[in-house]
Design a protein around this ligand. Structure first.
Ligand code: 13P
Length: 252
């Protein structure tokens, strides 16, 4: 059975003290009222070592938002997958549209990052999704197909089975324009069919596919009600413990 998950992506928000506070608040809410799904909090690198000791990661997993495409060496300012793992973090978001757009991360670079994350026992949360022009031209299916083929479909079935996918239509990120539950379901089902064609029905059935893009407590329940939507990757609404918990509670 595939896992239901609500994951937060803080992006470039919260200083160290604010981040520690937010993790403590999320933990307190989850201690008081046990989640019915997996919960993951992905933070900037600088928070990781301070927040992993604060939580039981079987309940609230901690992840990074990126890692380097190189193992180690003279890459000033980069943070390797092995460094992320050494903080105790278990997850790593890769392929977020903001990294693709602003930092020019190509399918080839992301393929390297995925392999390094897996080699260091980090679970990649791999993001795919089309921009507005592609949606208007009805090209969303071919875009996500190329993204999967370009960075993930080189993996063995065993390694692919470790990946969490996140469908994030770029036009829905931070815009308040959520995909309708029907739009999300259509493309999630298509993504699952691509996984089935490549790796077989069992791997596809077990693959967690999250939806991301202006997901909030008021719309999470109807999105998560769709059979191929296995939870959410949450940006803005993950920055307030009560909102994040409101989305977690959509699984109740
Ligand atoms: P918002 O929830 O702020 O739209 O961001 C979604 C996202 O990019 C999560 O990775």
């Amino acid at each position: 059975m595939r896992k239901k998950i609500v994951a937060g992506n803080w992006k470039m928000n919260k200083n160290l003290q604010e981040g520690i506070e937010l993790v403590k608040e999320i933990k307190a809410l989850c201690d008081a009222d046990k989640p019915n799904c997996g919960v993951i909090v992905c933070t900037p690198f600088i928070h990781l070592a301070s927040v992993t000791p604060l939580v039981n990661q079987d309940i609230i997993g901690i992840g990074a938002e990126n890692c380097a495409d190189k193992e180690s060496g003279a890459y000033t300012g980069e943070v390797s997958a092995s460094m992320v793992a050494s903080t105790g973090a278990r997850y790593c978001i890769l392929g977020h549209s903001e990294r693709r757009a602003y930092y020019h991360e190509t399918a080839e670079i992301l393929k390297e990052k995925v392999q390094l994350a897996l080699a260091n026992n980090l679970i990649p949360i791999f993001c795919i999704g089309e921009v507005k022009e592609e949606r208007l031209a009805n090209q969303q299916n071919q875009v996500v197909k190329a993204q999967l083929e370009g960075s993930l479909f080189n993996l063995s079935a065993e390694d692919f089975g470790k990946i969490i996918l996140a469908y994030e239509p770029v036009w829905a990120i931070g815009t308040g324009l959520t995909a309708t539950p029907e739009q999300a379901e259509d493309i999630h089902a298509f993504i699952r069919s691509l996984v089935a064609d490549k790796y077989g029905k069992q791997v596809a059935d077990d693959c967690t596919i999250l939806y991301g893009g202006s997901c909030k407590p008021s719309n999470a329940k109807e999105l998560f009600a769709k059979p191929d939507v296995d939870g959410g990757l949450i940006g803005g609404a993950s920055l307030k413990a009560a909102d994040f918990k409101g989305i977690i509670d959509a699984w109740k």
